[in-house]
Design a binder for this molecule. Structure first.
Ligand SMILES: Nc1nc2c(ncn2[C@@H]2O[C@H](COP(=O)(O)OP(=O)(O)OP(=O)(O)O)[C@@H](O)[C@H]2O)c(=O)[nH]1
Length: 322
């Protein structure tokens, strides 16, 4: 880590950061963790036609704009030289790159291929070794870090867990330090309802996990279908997607009792968050194999919500009301 952390504190800083990494490394989880825990601001429009703003973290002393890198997703499958060149060009425009690595695995040929993208960029790159919560003995991470550092020299190395939040504070401080002096690009109070929408779905999901005591742990996804501000009331309707009819039965409980409990607890917490009265309607729907359904996963991704692509379609007959 660099030494003069305190020196840089007075001036406001701002910059553009991209998160890269192989599929499944945890990029979305990290972005959510960095932004979510800070109740961050999320921009609802692309910053330029080429770049999508994924989220803006506004702190008293800095603003960090997380931006997507166009073409990066295709780059994993299409190794077209022109595309690689345009991605590399885009990466040059960033103030910092976060290269996310699954810290539980040593690099394989796919990882080496993926590192090609950042091979000769002039932009600083942090190596983030994610999922350290899965590593029993911390020493087991060392050979992984060593193997990666042989493939490329990174500016700094961070063991983190996007899931538990471990290491994220240090990471945030280091990101801040890399940001050039500059103004905030977005007004401080520029908060759309989108993070609230995402947080509401997370609250509902959490209540399900607590209420059903982990009987349906990872088979649950919650999508907010409708969000209407009606004066002092916010009307929210959301669908709980499960994989099997048995899971739907568990969530509903006898005569819908459990579902009622989930809805009430979630409503109370969302009311606290919004500081408003909330009318919450929940539906539960069997959506087999939703985890393999590409378009559904996209809908789930809260970034998709920012683009206004979240489902607003009416709920189908399969649903059960609160
Ligand atoms: N145990 C653990 N799991 C994690 C962590 N970070 C992410 N995951 C899990 O890893 C999986 C992939 O995470 P994502 O955030 O979807 O990964 P991604 O890099 O955005 O994936 P793509 O969208 O496919 O590029 C999910 O099941 C996450 O829950 C972590 O720190 N610890």
């Amino acid at each position: 880590m660099s030494k003069n952390r305190s020196k840089s504190k007075q001036k406001h800083r701002s910059g553009f950061v991209s998160i890269l990494g192989r599929p499944n490394a945890g990029k979305s989880t990290l972005l959510n963790a960095l932004l979510g825990t800070k109740l961050s601001i999320v921009a609802d429009k692309p910053q330029t036609t080429r770049t999508t703003v994924q989220g803006v973290m506004t702190l008293p002393e800095a603003q960090i704009v997380f931006v997507d890198t166009p073409g990066i997703h295709e780059a994993d499958t299409i190794f077209n030289r022109r595309m690689m060149e345009s991605i590399k060009e885009a990466l040059e425009e960033r103030d910092l790159l976060l290269y996310l690595i699954d810290g539980t695995r040593r690099p394989g040929p796919e990882d080496e291929k993926s590192l090609e993208l950042i091979k000769d960029t002039n932009t600083k790159v942090f190596a983030l070794f994610n999922k350290i919560d899965l590593i029993e003995k911390k020493n087991d991470l060392l050979p992984v870090i060593e193997a990666y550092s042989k493939l490329r020299e990174f500016t700094e190395y961070f063991p983190i867990s996007a899931e538990t939040g471990e290491g994220l504070e240090a990471l945030q401080a280091a990101i801040l330090e890399q940001m050039p002096v500059g103004p905030a690009y977005y007004p401080e109070d520029y908060i759309t309802d989108q993070p609230e929408r995402f947080m509401a779905s997370e609250i509902i999901r959490e209540k399900i996990l607590l209420t059903t005591r982990q009987e349906v742990p990872h088979s649950v996804a919650v999508l907010v279908d409708e969000w209407k501000e009606e004066g002092r009331l916010t009307r929210i309707s959301a669908t709980i997607h499960v994989e099997r009819p048995g899971q739907k039965a568990i969530i509903l409980g006898a005569r819908g009792a459990l579902m009622k409990e989930i809805a009430t607890e979630a409503r109370l917490e969302i009311e606290k968050l919004l500081e408003k009265k909330v009318f919450l309607t929940l539906f539960v729907k069997v959506n087999p194999k939703w985890r393999e359904n590409e378009s559904f996963l996209k809908e789930l991704d809260w970034r998709a919500m920012i683009g206004g692509e979240a489902s607003t379609s009416p709920v189908s007959e399969d649903n059960e009301g609160e």
